[in-house]
Design a protein around this ligand. Structure first.
Ligand code: ADP
Length: 395
């Protein structure tokens, strides 16, 4: 510390140099004082900021890690111990592979590789990691690619334990699976008896009763589809949705579905435009299910419209089928989420549209299985076009 001429105390750094006389003997010393108040203040701020940062990372419920492009752990916050049981120094420099569940490893690598290819990008993923005590812990991780940032030069990951949530989800999935199977049995007998009753009443000439029975039948068909969707969703969750591999004529498939749906939608005309003139290899029943889902939605969500257009186009490597409606449309921020399981657009409509938010999720799974893509273009209040493209040759 030194006192400046104006009386203010300042931090100084002092450089001492010997002063020599003509004979080379040290005769004194010169001092140079440099005001380093600013530097000291800066260092103080830096220490404070690092202290705060440490407190944040250590107290956070999330664990934070920095990974190299090769997936090696460069840094772990102390909170890693809370999630995985390891002290940061125990896993310093380790790769991810010995810790990740073998069933989840390919998925992890796929996401990690895709993250490496997008500087500034972010990926969120769920997978199982081995806790130090030997148990598997479900974690939800978000990785951000800061490799291009010269100050960080790492993948920044934060993750948390979601085992409890996963267990609850599993119980919910088991419940859906069990209930939908239980509901299917009585429904199947109801369908059989309705048909018997229909034949009987028709023979006896009970026209009014036959009319009521047809209405009942339509509701039973709706119920059958709902239950079938619930059973499918449980199969997707369990990875047990099975697919046939057969040649499918795309034009015939679309025509058959339209003929099946048209009588159920007397207020709409379903028009087919263009021809695919192509065969693909896949599961006809499942692909038909996708067209049914898109058409049923197009009709359901355009109550004031008179037509729905199904169009088909092809290139040398894929066929595209689009279903266009002139209905309520979908706001932009919902468009990317409607393919998620149970996702529905909540609206202020007086009469909400019935549904469970399963159809598009299943359609997405089916198209993905066939190596294709599904997407939507929509303008709120004007209508939506749902399209899917299927490769002509599967790789
Ligand atoms: P559901 O129709 O049973 O709710 P889906 O999975 O088929 O379930 O659709 C998810 C959501 O996407 C719907 O709840 C609806 O909000 C929106 N949606 C789907 N198709 C259309 C469409 N053609 N027009 C407007 N909104 C649609």
């Amino acid at each position: 510390m030194r006192i400046r001429k104006d009386g203010r105390l300042v931090e100084v750094s002092i450089t001492l140099s010997p002063v020599k006389d003509a004979a080379g003997q040290i005769s004194g010393a010169s001092t140079i004082s440099r005001d380093i108040t600013e530097r000291k203040q800066f260092e103080h701020q830096l220490r404070l900021s690092e202290h705060r940062f440490r407190a944040l990372t250590e107290q956070s419920a999330d664990a934070i890690q920095l990974l190299s492009a090769e997936g090696k752990i460069l840094y772990s916050s102390d909170s890693v111990e809370r999630v995985l049981g390891y002290k940061p120094e125990e896993i310093q420099g380790a790769g991810a592979d010995p810790y990740i569940h073998p069933d989840d490893f390919p998925y992890f690598m796929e996401k990690f590789t895709s993250l490496l290819q997008t500087p500034g990008g972010q990926e969120t993923l769920e997978y199982r990691v081995k806790h130090k005590n030997g148990s598997w812990v479900w974690i939800e991780a978000t990785g951000s690619n800061y490799l291009h940032d010269p100050h960080i030069h790492a993948i920044v990951g934060n993750f948390r334990n979601i085992t409890e949530r996963k267990l609850i989800e599993q119980r919910k999935d088991d419940f859906i699976s069990m209930t939908s199977h239980e509901l299917k049995t009585p429904l199947t007998s109801l369908l059989v008896y309705t048909e018997l009753l229909h034949t009987h009443l028709e023979q006896e000439g009970y026209q009014k009763a036959v009319h009521y029975l047809s209405r009942m039948d339509a509701q039973l068909t709706r119920l059958t589809k709902l239950i079938a969707d619930l059973i499918d969703i449980s199969r997707v969750q369990a990875g047990k949705l099975v697919f046939a591999e057969e040649p499918v004529g795309v034009d015939d498939l679309v025509r058959e579905v339209v003929e099946h749906i048209q009588p159920t939608a007397p207020r709409h005309r379903i028009l087919i435009e263009g021809r695919a003139q192509r065969e693909i290899v896949g599961d006809k029943e499942r692909l038909g299910q996708v067209v049914i889902n898109l058409l049923s939605n197009a009709i359901k969500y355009s109550p004031q419209a008179e037509k729905v257009v199904v169009s088909m186009t092809h290139t040398s490597d894929e066929v595209t089928i689009s279903v266009q409606d002139f209905g309520i449309g979908i706001p932009p921020h919902h468009q990317e989420r409607i393919f998620e399981r149970f996702y529905r657009v909540s609206s202020n409509q007086e009469k909400p549209f019935p549904g469970l938010g399963i159809g598009l999720y299943l359609s997405h799974q089916i198209i993905r299985h066939h190596g294709g893509r599904i997407w939507v273009e929509s303008v709120e209040g004007q209508g939506s076009t749902f399209s899917f493209a299927l490769p002509l040759k599967r790789v």
